[in-house]
Write a protein that binds this ligand. Structure first.
Ligand SMILES: Cc1cc2nc3c(=O)[nH]c(=O)nc-3n(C[C@H](O)[C@H](O)[C@H](O)COP(=O)(O)OP(=O)(O)OC[C@H]3O[C@@H](n4cnc5c(N)ncnc54)[C@H](O)[C@@H]3O)c2cc1C
Ligand SMILES: NC(=O)c1ccc[n+]([C@@H]2O[C@H](COP(=O)([O-])OP(=O)(O)OC[C@H]3O[C@@H](n4cnc5c(N)ncnc54)[C@H](OP(=O)(O)O)[C@@H]3O)[C@@H](O)[C@H]2O)c1
Length: 500
């Protein structure tokens, strides 16, 4: 009888992509199956709490998005699964002081497979708009209102009347909603008290959302735009109707999303112009060229210079030669994200990890045997959670197909649907390097010594620790009539490790 070879997978990153891969593998290889007995999945995240952008990204007034965590909890109940929070796996130390740092190579002797699920954590910056006291990347704002462990300082909302967001994506709309919604309404959600206090001091009256292309090219979705139109406490400045005319020659090509967007803009906001104290506007075909502080006598703090743009034949934005400027107090750039250049196998030309169908490719073009990428780390910062889930399932299937080749999925005793066959890239690439442990008798529960030590010292959160925190946060929230009251690391650490 042949002995089943183990799959012992270390996943770097504990966001939704990691949990969806883990969940799929654990489901497809149940413990009742010989191969399932030899499956282990260990997730490492540099943050102390799991779930990546679901905890530290999704806007607080979208609580339903976080329901995916029920599935993650279910996966974590499997005894073959472990989560190690507060562990940065990288050859570059984390900027968060309390994080345990482990080199990627330290994992190799302990695992048969590695999955990079480290997301796209770096905001794209605009060359004309470097961060300063009058210009901030959207991610700093998101990290502020989600109490991310990097703890960015609060924006000076009490000094601002006019804020400009650059970028027509959903993150811009998330931030605009946070600024234009009454803090008393936000108080029912997962918003930390210091954030609510700051929002209550805000003197923002207008939010301007500026993009370099037109309404048909905007990347925000209709649902999020409708929410903006229905804001109870703000109106939208009507858009020049010329910009909203359906170009006759393109009428048939419009997607449903584009038609909806145009219809929403034409209908305008629920509140009539001038009927509320706060307002917002959206500018199309404007690309920033510079930002300069205003002279102290001016009421606004900065002048944003804008090049007027149009579209070329490939729908790219190109300057027309005309320019204008906008007086504003704070510019927030929301231009999307890329993976960290310090991530292994990062490709600067792609802005994410080089891979084909989830299999990592070295800079020399070799398939890295048993090393994979999923989620935003593999695809770039595109798409919503449903897309991240589909990608993760496909990568989990690829891992299984590579481990059990030639079975076409049939020999896997599958419980949960078909395995997607691998496509163009061959796994038996002659140049592939074997990095990981291929010993059939590998210790299934072993891990790097530094992780083991850090676990003993109470520096690492495991999933059971997180669930206790999760329950406590919800309990504290309920007492205050809100979704949850978050803990920071210090409080969480005391709660987990110093309880009698
Ligand atoms: C601000 C924002 C709001 C969003 N809101 C929504 C929404 O409302 N609805 C929706 O459907 N989608 C939303 N999305 C998209 C959604 O969040 C993504 O589709 C999804 O989070 C991608 O999952 P991921 O696991 O690939 O990456 P992430 O969620 O980013 O997870 C990556 C994880 O890797 C960890 N990590 C990184 N480097 C290391 C390392 N070296 N060692 C250990 N761990 C590491 C990070 O700490 C993080 O936890 C939003 C995205 C953003 C940016
Ligand atoms: N509620 C939700 O479902 C939700 C919430 C938040 C995020 N998300 C998802 O998360 C992903 C990331 O969202 P995002 O808003 O960060 O990014 P995004 O959707 O990619 O939008 C980025 C915006 O920035 C613009 N931009 C990029 N580079 C620019 C430059 N150099 N100069 C001027 N403008 C520039 C883009 O314009 P061009 O198109 O011209 O490049 C685009 O309008 C998206 O897929 C989004 O749907 C979903």
């Amino acid at each position: 009888m042949t002995v089943a070879r183990p799959i012992k997978l270390a996943i770097l990153g504990g966001g939704p992509s990691a949990f969806y891969v883990a969940s799929r593998l654990l489901q497809l290889l149940p413990t009742s199956h010989a191969r399932g007995e030899k499956l282990r999945v260990h997730i490492y995240d540099r943050l102390w709490a799991p779930h990546g952008l679901v905890r530290y990204g999704v806007a607080p007034d979208h609580p339903e998005v976080k329901n995916c965590t029920h599935k993650f909890d279910k996966a974590a109940e499997d005894p073959r699964f472990r989560f190690f929070g507060n562990v940065n796996v990288s050859n570059t130390p984390s900027a968060i002081p309390h994080t345990v740092n482990v080199n990627l190579e330290a994992l190799y002797p302990h695992y048969t497979h590695i999955l990079m699920a480290s997301g796209c954590t770096i905001p794209k910056l605009h060359p004309a708009l470097p961060p300063s006291d009058i210009c901030s990347p959207a991610l700093s704002l998101v990290h502020w209102y989600t109490q991310h462990p990097t703890l960015p300082p609060p924006p000076p909302l009490e000094k601002l009347t006019h804020v400009t967001l650059i970028g027509h994506g959903n993150v811009s709309l998330d931030i605009a909603r946070m600024f234009l919604t009454e803090p008393s309404h936000l108080a029912q959600y997962d918003v930390p008290p210091h954030v609510l206090d700051k929002l209550a001091q805000s003197s923002i009256q207008h939010v301007s959302i500026v993009g370099r292309r037109g309404p048909l090219e905007a990347s925000f979705t209709a649902k999020e735009l409708r929410e903006m139109m229905n804001l109870p406490t703000a109106y939208m400045v009507p858009i020049d109707t010329d910009l909203l005319a359906k170009p006759e020659e393109r009428l048939r090509e419009l997607t449903r999303q584009q038609t909806r967007t145009l219809d929403l803009f034409k209908k305008g906001s629920k509140n009539a112009p001038g009927s509320t104290r706060k307002s917002w506007s959206i500018d199309f075909f404007r690309s920033p060229t510079g930002l300069s502080p205003s002279p102290s006598s001016s009421s606004s703090r900065a002048h944003l210079s804008l090049a007027h743009t149009t579209l070329d034949t490939q729908s790219r934005s190109i300057p027309t030669g005309q320019t204008s400027s906008l007086s504003t107090d704070l510019v927030i750039t929301s231009l999307g994200y890329h993976a960290s250049p310090t991530d292994a196998w990062y490709d600067p030309a792609l802005g994410h990890i080089r891979n084909a169908q989830g299999r990592i490719i070295s800079s020399a073009g070799e398939v890295m045997r048993n090393v994979y990428a999923s989620g935003w780390a593999a695809s770039g910062a595109r798409g919503v959670l449903a897309g991240t889930m589909m990608n993760a399932y496909a990568v989990a299937d690829t891992i299984l197909m590579d481990r059990f080749p030639g079975e076409g999925g049939r020999g896997l005793a599958l419980a949960a649907g078909p395995v997607v066959p691998p496509t163009s890239v061959g796994v038996s690439n002659a140049g592939a390097r074997e990095l990981l442990n291929a010993d059939p008798d590998l210790d299934l529960d072993g891990m790097p010594g530094e992780v083991e030590d850090a676990v003993k010292m109470g520096r690492v959160t495991q999933y059971g620790d997180w669930k206790r925190i999760d329950e406590e946060e919800v309990r504290r929230g309920q007492k205050l009539g809100k979704e949850r009251e978050r803990m920071g690391w210090e409080e969480a650490q005391k709660f987990i490790f110093e309880r009698t």
